[in-house]
Design a protein around this ligand. Structure first.
Ligand code: TNX
Length: 501
């Protein structure tokens, strides 16, 4: 199984699940089991082949699963635990049960071997990040990713909705964002060992607010929380192509047609904070309950703030000694606006380095775990996101056969060796680690096939270490067996032996 359950014992006996088998128990939890096993054609009922119970003494994601000749018993701490139990039950069935669109069932009966599983995750944040700004991925591909994440008990989908190269969400209050800022005239491409080229293919796309509502509801039903990111104040070319008056210079930009870090930056003055508060209202209105909103804070070039007499005067009026301190102040105002809307801010680590943030702001240390430790020591919750080994836009080998990537080499074994809460941190620092997340930056990932190739099977290792705290000793062996499930799911993963032809 992947991720490895905390405890698994094989028992005698087995049970036959057939189309129309009954799930009984509290509505929400029984519903979670049916959502997790869509192809099995399970029916709700009073006394079930699968009986679900809730036990308030268990954590919300914890479960016990007992199978045998009398049927399937699930005892869960909450809806999430019941959902994860059903995913574990699925892994007891043959690979063919993963085949879509039939999924398990499709008129077939499946034999469930007897086991007892007791399970609970070590980390509550088991995430994947997807950059939909550099390349847009349509809703159906995002929903498919949610299904694949759920099958691996991954539970946070961070959508990087905004960057220099595109603004990818509708705004009713600021319609030029989706009308203008979501299109770029040319697409930069890279070839291995060569500078950027332009393929002259215009690239565009955005989610409507209704799309986001659908994605969030679909994800929630699969115990995945969507974490939207509006990356500010840097990476601002696209927004300043639509509303240049929000920028530090007032100058109109083009949606950026190449990769890298641009000097485009939003103004920190009150109209920008009001603009972003409106965007937060629209986003949270569409997504529904949104515990976290990412506000970026990475790779900010402060030159245009320094050069602006108005912004400098504003800084002085606030009694702030430097432009980085003004950046931290700006992000604090946004985090306050999010708190009023029931959400916590998440930032990349440069934001933590720039100055004091709200204490409840979650920090993602992408530049390494050293800065993550400093954030944890300062009292911030931390989600481990270091480039090595969690940038899945990097290639798995340096072979020229690999599809071109930003960097190399990050192998499945590198991910499996990662420990989100390092042993040499203090207990207090370790307790601040919410979990870990892999990043899919998409400068060089332009289609769903390449996305599959970059994610899988490295995300299997991510699931293993975030669920269990570290990989089990037999991980490599279990992964070999697990590939049959990915095959049945139609996942175009990177073969462990090397790049596919
Ligand atoms: C750094 S990580 C970035 C992204 C790039 C990525 C490429 C971070 C917060 N910023 O803008 O896409 O490297 O690997």
């Amino acid at each position: 199984m992947i991720p490895r359950p905390r405890l698994i014992r094989h028992l005698s006996g087995s049970y036959e699940l057939t189309p129309g088998s009954v799930v009984s128990g509290p509505t929400e939890a029984a519903d979670a089991v049916r959502v997790a096993l869509p192809g099995l054609d399970l029916r709700p009922g009073d006394s079930g082949d699968i009986d679900v119970r809730l036990d308030p003494d268990l954590g919300p994601e914890a479960y016990r699963l007992v199978t045998g000749s009398r049927g399937v018993e699930i005892t869960a701490g909450g809806r999430a635990g019941a959902f994860h139990a059903a995913q574990t039950l699925h892994q007891l069935l043959p690979d063919a049960s993963y085949r879509t669109p039939a999924g398990p069932g499709h008129g077939r009966a499946w034999s469930v071997p007897g086991v007892r599983v007791e399970d609970e995750p070590v980390f509550g944040w088991r995430g994947l990040h997807l950059d939909v700004a550099r390349h847009f991925f349509p809703k159906r591909e995002v929903l498919r990713l949610v299904d694949l994440m759920a099958a691996h008990k991954l539970n946070r989908l961070h959508l990087h909705l905004v960057d220099d190269q595109g603004w990818r969400v509708e705004s009713r209050a600021y319609p030029l964002l989706h009308e203008v800022a979501s299109h770029r005239p040319r697409t930069a491409v890279h070839q291995r060992g060569e500078p950027e080229l332009y393929d002259e293919t215009p690239h565009g796309g955005h989610y409507t607010l209704d799309d986001l509502a659908e994605i969030a509801a679909y994800a929630r039903a699969r115990e995945v929380v969507v974490v939207p990111e509006i990356d500010v104040p840097g990476h601002a070319s696209a927004v300043l192509a639509a509303y240049p008056e929000l920028g530090a210079t007032g100058e109109r930009y083009d949606v950026l047609d190449r990769w890298g870090v641009s000097p485009a930056i939003l103004s920190p003055l009150p109209p920008t904070v009001e603009f972003l508060a409106t965007i937060f209202d629209e986003l949270i209105g569409a997504l529904g309950p949104t515990p976290f909103v990412h506000i970026g804070g990475d790779e900010v070039v402060l030159d245009h703030w320094t050069a602006s007499a108005e912004i400098d005067a504003y800084r002085v009026s606030l009694g702030l000694e430097s432009m980085p301190a003004l950046q931290a102040w700006f992000l604090r105002r946004l985090a306050d606006a999010l708190a009023e809307r029931g959400a916590r801010a998440v930032v990349w680590d440069e934001a933590f380095v720039s100055g004091e943030l709200r204490r409840d702001t979650v920090v993602m240390p992408w530049r390494g775990m050293g800065v993550g430790r400093r954030a944890a020591a300062a009292g911030h919750d931390v989600v481990a996101t270091p480039v090595f080994p969690l940038y899945f836009d990097y290639a798995e080998s340096s072979s020229p056969e690999e599809p071109a990537a930003i960097g190399d080499t990050i192998t499945v074994a590198d991910v499996a060796a990662f420990v989100p809460a390092p042993a040499d941190w203090t207990d207090e620092e370790r307790s601040r680690v919410l979990g870990a997340q892999a990043q899919l930056w998409t400068e060089r990932i332009a289609d769903a096939r390449t996305l599959d190739y970059r994610i899988w099977p490295r995300a299997c290792a991510l699931a293993e270490v975030t669920w269990g705290g570290q990989a089990g000793p037999d991980f490599a062996e279990r992964l070999r067996a697990h590939l049959g499930r990915l095959d049945a799911l139609g996942v175009e993963y990177r073969p462990p032996a090397g790049p596919r032809p």
